[in-house]
Design a protein around this ligand. Structure first.
Ligand SMILES: Nc1ncnc2c1ncn2[C@@H]1O[C@H](COP(=O)(O)OP(=O)(O)O)[C@@H](O)[C@H]1O
Ligand SMILES: [Mg+2]
Length: 318
């Protein structure tokens, strides 16, 4: 489990009790009467633009997030005019293969929800089954409640959520965690957004077996695999962020590398790109390290050469 810090720092001391009237108080009304005013007031447009700019591809995901943001902005305007409504259900499922950006987008989503006043803090707590489910009788409820407490005011991201449900084991403690989650998802949806993530097919099966959970998920977002040209753009962004760039011909070699890598087992989209670049940086370092006398320029230190990529095992095998 890891927590991504939100914008406020007050300790997570909230009790896990339902506040029946809370829906009416979140988010706070303001004097904004136009979409532009809500956007300006919340600065949510900046988050949406960052999302567009920082993340390559993902057109369907970005479009869905804009739709959700639009819904929330309009809800806010309705609230400002006293057209009260129930707090919208914002629990989501993010499905897709590893490395397609689910965790990254969930953090952005937490920011959007925070800026629009749908959660108090905008932090994200990312967990897997082991963080929620205990090994022994009586251990699961306290574990799950502790995590929920940490996540209150933000987003609880449950990765590979289907592992919570193990139909082969009748007495599996995962069921207990699911029941507590269900309760909180219903009663405290004005202060906690749950995002369930994982492979699409397993998630579909999981939802079929857990209709209670499925019916509480308002938005299903599907993360497609990246094409090689998108992975190339992602690699360029990652290099730039770390102050590196491709040397002569290196980008073409990396393109070839990706064409091969994408067909290999355990290919994990943008995560595989990140790992490949990490290894290229190691090779670059060894290459520079080997020459003790040479004065290393900024250009030397920031260039990944084609040889740094070509030394990959993938090319040795081919
Ligand atoms: N569309 C994208 N543009 C740029 N970087 C991306 C994109 N999608 C994923 N990444 C990067 O790839 C890595 C893996 O993404 P992550 O969100 O952890 O994927 P997932 O949770 O689906 O496994 C992260 O370092 C992330 O920043
Ligand atoms: Mg992830």
């Amino acid at each position: 489990m890891y927590a991504i810090p939100g914008s406020t720092s007050d300790a997570t001391s909230e009790a896990l009790v339902a506040t029946p009237d809370a829906a009416a108080t979140s988010p706070k009304p303001s004097t904004a009467c136009t979409v532009g005013e809500v956007l300006a007031e919340s600065q949510v447009e900046a988050v949406l633009q960052e999302l567009d700019h920082d993340l390559v591809g993902l057109a369907p995901v970005k479009a869905r997030i804009r739709d959700i943001a639009a819904l929330l902005v309009i809800d806010k305007l309705r609230l400002n005019l006293g057209l009260g409504a129930q707090a919208p259900s914002l629990h989501m499922s993010f499905t897709g293969n590893p490395g397609t950006g689910k965790t990254t987008v969930a953090m952005r989503m937490a920011q959007i929800l925070y800026r629009l006043g749908y959660v108090r803090k905008g932090h994200m707590v990312a967990v897997t089954r082991d963080d929620l489910v205990g090994q022994y009788i009586g251990h699961t409820a306290p574990k799950t409640k502790e995590i929920l407490k940490k996540a209150m005011g933000g987003v609880l991201f449950i990765d590979e959520a289907y592992y919570l449900y193990r139909p082969e084991n009748e007495r599996d403690y995962g069921q207990e965690a699911i029941e507590i989650l269900l309760q909180v998802m219903e009663n405290q949806r004005d202060d906690l957004v749950v995002i369930l993530a994982g492979y699409k097919d397993r998630m579909d099966t999981f939802f079929q077996s857990n209709p209670g959970l499925s019916s509480r998920i308002a938005h299903h977002l599907d993360f497609p695999d990246y094409a090689v040209d998108e992975l190339m753009q992602i690699s360029k962004k990652m290099l730039t962020q770390q102050n590196y760039h491709w040397g002569e011909g290196a980008s073409e070699v990396f393109d070839n590398y990706l064409q091969l890598r994408i067909k290999q087992p355990h290919f994990a989209n943008a995560r595989s790109v990140r790992n490949a670049l990490d290894r290229a940086r190691l090779r670059q370092a060894s290459r520079l390290f080997a020459d003790r006398e040479r004065e290393l320029t900024a250009e030397d230190l920031t260039t990944i050469t084609s040889s740094d990529i070509l030394a990959s095992r993938l090319f040795q095998a081919a």
